[in-house]
Write a protein that binds this ligand. Structure first.
Ligand SMILES: Nc1nc2c(c(=O)[nH]1)N[C@H]1C(S)=C(S)[C@@H](COP(=O)(O)O)O[C@H]1N2
Ligand SMILES: [Mo]
Length: 317
Protein backbone atom coordinates (compact mmCIF):
# COMPACT_ATOMS: atom_id res chain seq x y z
CA UNK A 1 0.00 0.00 0.00
CA UNK A 2 1.27 3.41 -0.91
CA UNK A 3 1.37 5.87 1.98
CA UNK A 4 1.90 9.42 0.80
CA UNK A 5 4.06 11.58 3.02
CA UNK A 6 2.27 14.78 3.87
CA UNK A 7 4.16 17.77 2.54
CA UNK A 8 5.70 20.25 4.93
CA UNK A 9 3.20 22.96 4.17
CA UNK A 10 0.27 20.61 4.66
CA UNK A 11 1.16 19.77 8.25
CA UNK A 12 0.41 22.93 10.25
CA UNK A 13 -3.36 22.84 10.23
CA UNK A 14 -3.57 19.16 11.15
CA UNK A 15 -1.80 19.64 14.45
CA UNK A 16 -4.34 22.26 15.48
CA UNK A 17 -7.39 20.31 14.41
CA UNK A 18 -9.69 19.78 17.35
CA UNK A 19 -9.62 16.22 18.62
CA UNK A 20 -13.25 15.76 17.75
CA UNK A 21 -12.32 16.02 14.09
CA UNK A 22 -9.70 13.28 14.45
CA UNK A 23 -12.17 11.19 16.40
CA UNK A 24 -14.79 11.50 13.74
CA UNK A 25 -12.31 10.44 11.13
CA UNK A 26 -11.31 7.47 13.27
CA UNK A 27 -14.90 6.50 13.81
CA UNK A 28 -15.41 6.73 10.09
CA UNK A 29 -12.40 4.51 9.45
CA UNK A 30 -13.64 2.07 12.05
CA UNK A 31 -17.01 2.01 10.35
CA UNK A 32 -15.27 1.15 7.11
CA UNK A 33 -13.39 -1.61 8.87
CA UNK A 34 -10.05 0.09 8.27
CA UNK A 35 -9.09 1.71 11.55
CA UNK A 36 -10.03 -1.03 13.99
CA UNK A 37 -6.43 -1.97 14.71
CA UNK A 38 -5.49 1.61 15.43
CA UNK A 39 -8.35 2.00 17.86
CA UNK A 40 -7.55 -1.23 19.65
CA UNK A 41 -3.89 -0.28 20.02
CA UNK A 42 -4.35 3.35 20.97
CA UNK A 43 -7.54 3.83 22.95
CA UNK A 44 -8.35 7.50 23.46
CA UNK A 45 -9.02 8.28 27.12
CA UNK A 46 -12.19 10.28 27.57
CA UNK A 47 -11.14 13.84 28.41
CA UNK A 48 -11.92 14.72 32.02
CA UNK A 49 -14.65 17.31 32.35
CA UNK A 50 -13.40 20.80 33.25
CA UNK A 51 -15.25 24.02 34.01
CA UNK A 52 -14.15 25.17 30.54
CA UNK A 53 -16.26 22.56 28.74
CA UNK A 54 -18.42 24.25 26.13
CA UNK A 55 -15.65 26.75 25.34
CA UNK A 56 -13.53 24.34 23.29
CA UNK A 57 -12.75 24.28 20.52
CA UNK A 58 -12.76 28.07 20.19
CA UNK A 59 -12.90 29.80 16.83
CA UNK A 60 -9.49 30.59 15.39
CA UNK A 61 -8.61 34.23 14.79
CA UNK A 62 -7.01 34.02 11.34
CA UNK A 63 -5.19 37.33 11.85
CA UNK A 64 -2.44 35.45 13.71
CA UNK A 65 -0.57 33.40 11.14
CA UNK A 66 2.62 31.36 11.23
CA UNK A 67 5.41 31.06 8.70
CA UNK A 68 6.30 27.55 9.87
CA UNK A 69 4.55 24.36 10.85
CA UNK A 70 2.95 23.82 14.24
CA UNK A 71 4.93 21.90 16.83
CA UNK A 72 3.18 18.54 17.30
CA UNK A 73 1.35 18.34 20.63
CA UNK A 74 3.21 15.22 21.77
CA UNK A 75 6.54 17.04 21.28
CA UNK A 76 5.41 20.26 22.91
CA UNK A 77 3.82 18.58 25.93
CA UNK A 78 6.98 16.60 26.72
CA UNK A 79 9.51 19.43 26.61
CA UNK A 80 8.57 22.23 28.99
CA UNK A 81 9.97 24.68 31.50
CA UNK A 82 8.08 24.78 34.79
CA UNK A 83 10.58 25.09 37.63
CA UNK A 84 7.94 24.68 40.33
CA UNK A 85 7.85 21.02 39.28
CA UNK A 86 11.38 20.31 38.04
CA UNK A 87 14.41 22.14 36.65
CA UNK A 88 14.43 19.54 33.85
CA UNK A 89 12.34 19.46 30.70
CA UNK A 90 10.30 16.35 31.61
CA UNK A 91 7.66 18.36 33.46
CA UNK A 92 4.98 15.93 32.27
CA UNK A 93 6.61 13.22 34.37
CA UNK A 94 6.82 15.45 37.47
CA UNK A 95 3.35 16.99 37.26
CA UNK A 96 1.84 14.28 39.50
CA UNK A 97 -1.76 14.93 40.52
CA UNK A 98 -1.58 18.73 40.11
CA UNK A 99 -5.20 19.91 39.92
CA UNK A 100 -5.94 23.17 38.08
CA UNK A 101 -9.57 23.24 39.25
CA UNK A 102 -11.02 24.76 41.38
CA UNK A 103 -8.82 27.85 40.81
CA UNK A 104 -9.18 31.35 42.20
CA UNK A 105 -7.63 34.43 40.61
CA UNK A 106 -7.05 37.59 42.65
CA UNK A 107 -7.04 40.95 40.88
CA UNK A 108 -5.69 43.62 43.20
CA UNK A 109 -3.47 46.67 43.70
CA UNK A 110 -4.31 49.87 41.84
CA UNK A 111 -7.83 48.96 40.72
CA UNK A 112 -11.20 50.55 41.36
CA UNK A 113 -12.22 47.43 43.27
CA UNK A 114 -10.19 44.35 44.21
CA UNK A 115 -11.63 41.04 43.01
CA UNK A 116 -11.18 37.39 43.92
CA UNK A 117 -12.96 35.17 41.48
CA UNK A 118 -13.26 31.62 40.21
CA UNK A 119 -11.41 31.11 36.94
CA UNK A 120 -14.59 30.03 35.16
CA UNK A 121 -16.32 33.27 36.14
CA UNK A 122 -13.44 35.33 34.78
CA UNK A 123 -13.28 33.34 31.54
CA UNK A 124 -17.06 33.60 31.05
CA UNK A 125 -16.61 37.38 30.80
CA UNK A 126 -13.81 37.15 28.21
CA UNK A 127 -13.82 36.92 24.38
CA UNK A 128 -12.17 33.50 23.87
CA UNK A 129 -10.48 32.62 20.57
CA UNK A 130 -7.64 30.50 19.17
CA UNK A 131 -4.38 32.01 17.87
CA UNK A 132 -1.31 30.41 16.32
CA UNK A 133 1.76 31.84 18.06
CA UNK A 134 5.50 31.42 18.00
CA UNK A 135 7.42 30.92 21.25
CA UNK A 136 11.16 31.57 21.65
CA UNK A 137 12.85 30.43 24.86
CA UNK A 138 15.90 32.38 26.03
CA UNK A 139 17.70 29.00 25.90
CA UNK A 140 17.56 29.22 22.07
CA UNK A 141 14.84 26.69 21.25
CA UNK A 142 11.50 27.57 19.75
CA UNK A 143 8.09 26.13 19.07
CA UNK A 144 4.75 27.11 17.62
CA UNK A 145 1.46 26.57 19.45
CA UNK A 146 -2.26 26.90 18.84
CA UNK A 147 -3.21 28.72 22.04
CA UNK A 148 -6.78 29.29 23.16
CA UNK A 149 -7.39 32.33 25.32
CA UNK A 150 -8.35 35.99 25.37
CA UNK A 151 -6.50 39.31 24.97
CA UNK A 152 -4.84 40.53 28.16
CA UNK A 153 -6.41 43.87 27.22
CA UNK A 154 -9.87 42.40 27.83
CA UNK A 155 -8.82 41.37 31.34
CA UNK A 156 -7.30 44.81 31.99
CA UNK A 157 -10.55 46.50 30.91
CA UNK A 158 -12.48 44.12 33.19
CA UNK A 159 -10.12 44.87 36.12
CA UNK A 160 -10.66 48.66 35.82
CA UNK A 161 -7.17 49.80 36.87
CA UNK A 162 -6.56 53.32 38.18
CA UNK A 163 -4.83 55.73 35.81
CA UNK A 164 -1.85 55.72 38.20
CA UNK A 165 -1.11 52.03 37.43
CA UNK A 166 1.99 51.62 35.26
CA UNK A 167 2.61 47.85 35.35
CA UNK A 168 0.73 44.57 35.50
CA UNK A 169 2.38 42.06 37.83
CA UNK A 170 1.59 38.33 37.63
CA UNK A 171 2.21 35.67 40.24
CA UNK A 172 2.18 31.85 40.02
CA UNK A 173 0.84 29.64 42.83
CA UNK A 174 3.39 28.99 45.56
CA UNK A 175 1.62 27.08 48.31
CA UNK A 176 4.07 24.46 49.58
CA UNK A 177 2.90 21.02 48.59
CA UNK A 178 1.32 22.13 45.30
CA UNK A 179 4.55 21.35 43.45
CA UNK A 180 7.75 19.60 44.60
CA UNK A 181 10.32 22.36 43.93
CA UNK A 182 8.38 24.94 45.96
CA UNK A 183 10.15 23.43 48.95
CA UNK A 184 13.51 24.26 47.35
CA UNK A 185 14.75 27.41 49.07
CA UNK A 186 17.36 28.12 46.39
CA UNK A 187 14.58 29.65 44.29
CA UNK A 188 12.83 32.98 45.03
CA UNK A 189 9.21 31.72 44.91
CA UNK A 190 6.66 32.75 43.87
CA UNK A 191 7.46 32.95 40.15
CA UNK A 192 6.68 36.57 39.26
CA UNK A 193 6.48 38.39 35.93
CA UNK A 194 5.37 41.77 34.71
CA UNK A 195 4.66 44.01 31.74
CA UNK A 196 4.02 47.73 31.30
CA UNK A 197 0.40 48.78 30.83
CA UNK A 198 1.26 49.68 27.24
CA UNK A 199 2.66 46.19 26.59
CA UNK A 200 -0.25 44.55 28.37
CA UNK A 201 -2.81 46.34 26.21
CA UNK A 202 -0.99 45.48 22.96
CA UNK A 203 -3.10 43.12 20.80
CA UNK A 204 -0.47 40.36 20.96
CA UNK A 205 -0.48 40.00 24.77
CA UNK A 206 -2.66 36.92 25.27
CA UNK A 207 -4.02 35.16 28.35
CA UNK A 208 -4.07 31.44 27.65
CA UNK A 209 -6.50 28.79 28.94
CA UNK A 210 -5.96 26.09 26.33
CA UNK A 211 -3.69 24.58 23.70
CA UNK A 212 -4.34 22.24 20.79
CA UNK A 213 -8.08 22.78 21.05
CA UNK A 214 -8.53 21.78 24.70
CA UNK A 215 -7.90 23.09 28.23
CA UNK A 216 -4.21 23.50 29.13
CA UNK A 217 -2.34 20.46 30.38
CA UNK A 218 -0.65 20.98 33.74
CA UNK A 219 2.81 21.24 32.15
CA UNK A 220 1.60 24.13 29.93
CA UNK A 221 0.63 26.17 33.01
CA UNK A 222 -3.00 25.23 33.61
CA UNK A 223 -5.48 26.71 34.08
CA UNK A 224 -4.29 30.24 33.11
CA UNK A 225 -0.96 31.45 31.71
CA UNK A 226 0.37 34.31 29.69
CA UNK A 227 1.73 34.31 26.11
CA UNK A 228 3.97 37.24 25.04
CA UNK A 229 5.31 35.91 21.74
CA UNK A 230 7.73 38.78 21.05
CA UNK A 231 9.57 38.22 24.34
CA UNK A 232 11.74 35.41 25.65
CA UNK A 233 9.63 32.54 26.94
CA UNK A 234 10.29 33.15 30.62
CA UNK A 235 8.02 36.21 30.46
CA UNK A 236 5.07 33.90 29.65
CA UNK A 237 4.26 33.03 33.25
CA UNK A 238 2.26 29.90 34.03
CA UNK A 239 -0.55 28.92 36.44
CA UNK A 240 -1.38 32.50 37.45
CA UNK A 241 -3.16 33.08 40.78
CA UNK A 242 -2.70 36.82 41.21
CA UNK A 243 -2.73 39.84 38.90
CA UNK A 244 -1.67 43.10 40.52
CA UNK A 245 -1.75 46.62 39.08
CA UNK A 246 1.12 48.69 40.40
CA UNK A 247 3.31 51.74 39.76
CA UNK A 248 6.44 49.78 40.69
CA UNK A 249 8.32 47.80 38.04
CA UNK A 250 8.08 44.11 39.04
CA UNK A 251 11.36 42.25 39.54
CA UNK A 252 10.78 38.92 37.85
CA UNK A 253 11.84 35.46 39.03
CA UNK A 254 14.84 35.14 36.68
CA UNK A 255 16.00 38.67 37.44
CA UNK A 256 15.94 37.88 41.13
CA UNK A 257 18.02 34.77 40.46
CA UNK A 258 20.52 36.29 38.02
CA UNK A 259 20.10 39.98 37.20
CA UNK A 260 23.28 40.03 35.09
CA UNK A 261 21.63 37.63 32.61
CA UNK A 262 17.88 38.30 32.76
CA UNK A 263 15.99 41.57 32.83
CA UNK A 264 12.54 43.08 32.83
CA UNK A 265 12.09 43.65 29.08
CA UNK A 266 13.45 40.41 27.61
CA UNK A 267 12.50 41.21 24.01
CA UNK A 268 13.86 38.73 21.46
CA UNK A 269 16.83 40.05 19.49
CA UNK A 270 19.22 37.85 17.48
CA UNK A 271 21.94 40.53 17.66
CA UNK A 272 22.12 40.72 21.44
CA UNK A 273 23.71 37.53 22.80
CA UNK A 274 22.97 36.08 26.19
CA UNK A 275 26.15 36.47 28.32
CA UNK A 276 26.76 32.72 27.91
CA UNK A 277 25.47 31.93 24.38
CA UNK A 278 24.43 33.41 21.04
CA UNK A 279 20.79 34.29 20.33
CA UNK A 280 21.35 34.42 16.55
CA UNK A 281 19.69 31.05 15.88
CA UNK A 282 17.10 28.81 17.47
CA UNK A 283 16.49 25.07 17.51
CA UNK A 284 12.97 24.32 16.27
CA UNK A 285 11.39 21.75 18.59
CA UNK A 286 10.24 18.66 16.74
CA UNK A 287 12.21 19.16 13.53
CA UNK A 288 15.54 19.82 15.25
CA UNK A 289 16.41 22.31 12.52
CA UNK A 290 18.26 25.52 13.36
CA UNK A 291 16.76 28.70 11.90
CA UNK A 292 17.73 32.36 12.24
CA UNK A 293 16.05 34.16 15.14
CA UNK A 294 14.11 37.30 14.23
CA UNK A 295 13.92 40.66 15.97
CA UNK A 296 10.96 40.62 18.37
CA UNK A 297 10.58 36.97 17.33
CA UNK A 298 9.06 38.09 14.03
CA UNK A 299 6.51 40.45 15.60
CA UNK A 300 8.41 43.74 15.11
CA UNK A 301 5.60 45.27 13.07
CA UNK A 302 3.18 44.82 15.98
CA UNK A 303 5.42 45.78 18.91
CA UNK A 304 8.50 47.78 17.91
CA UNK A 305 6.58 51.02 18.53
CA UNK A 306 6.21 50.13 22.22
CA UNK A 307 9.91 50.78 22.73
CA UNK A 308 10.34 54.18 21.07
CA UNK A 309 12.17 56.44 23.49
CA UNK A 310 13.27 53.51 25.66
CA UNK A 311 16.53 52.86 23.80
CA UNK A 312 18.60 53.53 26.92
CA UNK A 313 16.92 50.57 28.69
CA UNK A 314 18.24 46.98 28.44
CA UNK A 315 15.41 45.98 26.09
CA UNK A 316 16.86 42.64 24.96
CA UNK A 317 17.84 40.73 28.09
N1 LIG B 1 5.48 29.71 36.79
C1 LIG B 1 6.35 29.48 35.81
N2 LIG B 1 6.11 30.00 34.58
C2 LIG B 1 6.99 29.78 33.58
C3 LIG B 1 8.19 29.02 33.79
C4 LIG B 1 8.39 28.48 35.08
O1 LIG B 1 9.39 27.80 35.36
N3 LIG B 1 7.45 28.72 36.06
N4 LIG B 1 9.09 28.86 32.75
C5 LIG B 1 9.05 29.86 31.67
C6 LIG B 1 9.90 29.52 30.54
S1 LIG B 1 11.58 29.69 30.73
C7 LIG B 1 9.38 29.16 29.33
S2 LIG B 1 10.36 28.92 27.97
C8 LIG B 1 7.93 28.90 29.18
C9 LIG B 1 7.73 27.50 28.68
O2 LIG B 1 6.42 27.27 28.27
P1 LIG B 1 6.04 25.84 27.71
O3 LIG B 1 6.51 24.82 28.71
O4 LIG B 1 4.57 25.86 27.55
O5 LIG B 1 6.78 25.67 26.45
O6 LIG B 1 7.20 29.06 30.40
C10 LIG B 1 7.64 30.14 31.20
N5 LIG B 1 6.73 30.29 32.33
MO1 LIG C 1 12.39 29.72 28.60
Amino acid sequence: MLIRNPRRWELPEAAATPESAFLNRRQLLAGMGLGAGLIALRPQPAAAATPFDGIFPAKRNEAYKLDRELTPEDVNSKYNNFYEFTPGKQVYAAIGDFKPFPWTVTIDGMVEEEKKLDIEKLVAAMPVEERLYRHRCVEAWSMTVPWTGFPLKALIDYARPLSSAKYVRFETFSSPGMAPELGNFLYPWPYVEGVTMEEGTNDLAFMVIGAYGKPLLGQFGAPLRLALPWKYGFKSIKSIVRITFTDERPVNFWQQLQSSEYGFWANVNPDVPHPRWSQAEERVLGSGAYVPTQLYNGYAEEVAGLYKGLESEPLFM
